[in-house]
Ligand binder design. Structure first.
Ligand code: PLP
Length: 369
């Protein structure tokens, strides 16, 4: 079976991890600082703050803005649940707006109507590796005096023109194993605001600048030097990984038939964390691809407002037709950098044969949502 993800660990990762283990410095230390510096340079952000996961990066990013009870953050329901739960963790409430059906990202035209006097921030998700329409969102944020927290968990190295994901307001990245680069578990906050970076660092470490002197209620959201060691090796390979993902996607764009392939907005560098199709009769599609040896993934089968914790928080009756339709139609095929030419050809053959078998019911183009 060609898997939907295949994290690649080489000698570089092993050597750096082994040297971290041998040094005895295991918790947050020099390796974490080095990863922060290199990641900041790569993204083009003046500051980067490493965290224990993408979820804690989002949570901390919001805490650093002082967001809490009584506040609202505008985000989308077509995402991984951590986007919304990170808002709930602070005591604030997410306000959901629907996504745009071709790019899967936040529809900026819907944002303004969702803003109330309690709104403090907008959290677009750069889903599957395509930056959200950050320029439009930045315009709205500036007009209403709102902060931006970009959930860049899936968009390391993605860009609009030559400006990378993570450089509009605050960026929050994940280094989970299936991501474009990994540290095992880990995350990163990026920002241009030095005072904000200091506040976030303080909250990350028990509210402590001087050892055992705690200035504010803080957390332990630190990354370890062991994880940062993996990250340093991975970051060096990220440009090549992303290039291969983009080449694989370009081949799919050219050769796939009978399915809706992902749309990319003009001027955007998509880094294809996922290559996501839209199909009808998804269960049959997935089953037939599996029979042909091709693994798939569905990100995500249930929109966030329909998940139990959000239903409990009172969102269950809200309707987001585009997100709900996409949750039924999306299916991702392997696009990761370790795919061989033969594997790519097998995926293309499997998709095209399946599309032909399932025929016109495969794609209902009348439903643009
Ligand atoms: C869009 C999105 N947001 C947030 C997260 C949370 O990241 P993590 O799993 O590193 O906590 C992920 C990754 O799983 C994600 O894909």
């Amino acid at each position: 079976m060609i898997p939907i993800a295949r994290p690649q660990m080489g000698e570089e990762e092993k050597e750096l991890v082994w040297s971290a283990l041998s040094s005895g410095a295991l918790a947050q230390g020099a390796r974490v600082r080095e990863l922060e510096e290199r990641f900041a340079t790569f993204i083009g952000a003046p500051h980067a703050i490493a965290t224990s996961s993408g979820t804690t990066a989002l949570h901390l990013a919001l805490l650093g803005l002082g967001i809490g009870p009584g506040d609202e953050v505008v985000t989308v329901p077509f995402t991984f649940i951590a986007s919304a739960t990170s808002i709930l963790f602070t005591g604030a409430r997410p306000t959901f707006v629907d996504v745009e059906p071709r790019t899967f990202d936040m529809d900026p035209d819907r944002v303004e109507a969702a803003i109330t006097p309690s709104t403090r921030a907008i959290m677009p998700i750069s889903l599957y590796g395509q930056p959200a329409d950050m320029e439009a969102i930045e315009g709205i944020a500036e007009r209403f005096g709102l902060a931006i927290v970009e959930d860049a968990a899936q968009s390391h190295g993605a860009a609009i023109s030559d400006r990378r994901s993570g450089t509009w307001g605050t960026g929050a990245f994940s280094f989970y194993p299936t991501k474009n680069m990994t540290t095992g578990e880990g995350g990163m906050i990026t920002t241009a605001d030095g005072a904000y970076a200091d506040r976030v660092r303080l909250l990350r470490e028990h509210g402590m600048k001087v050892r055992y002197h705690h200035d504010v209620l803080g957390y332990n959201f630190r990354m370890t030097d062991i994880h940062a060691s993996i990250g340093l090796a991975q970051l060096a390979k990220l440009p090549d990984y992303n290039r291969r993902r983009r080449e694989n996607a370009a081949r799919y764009d050219r050769e796939l038939r009978g399915v809706i392939t992902p749309a990319v907005r003009a001027g955007v560098t998509h880094v294809y964390h996922q290559y996501t199709l839209r199909v009808n009769r998804r269960d049959e599609f997935v089953e037939r691809l599996a029979q042909r040896g091709v693994g798939t993934g569905v990100y995500y089968p249930i929109p966030v407002h329909r998940q139990a914790p959000l239903i409990a928080a009172g969102y269950g009756d809200q309707r987001f037709p585009v997100s709900e339709l996409l949750a039924e139609q999306v299916v991702s095929i392997p696009v990761h950098p370790s795919l061989s030419d033969d594997e790519l050809a097998s995926v293309i053959e499997a998709v095209n044969e399946t599309a032909e078998e399932l025929g016109p019911l495969l794609v209902d183009t009348t439903v643009e949502a």
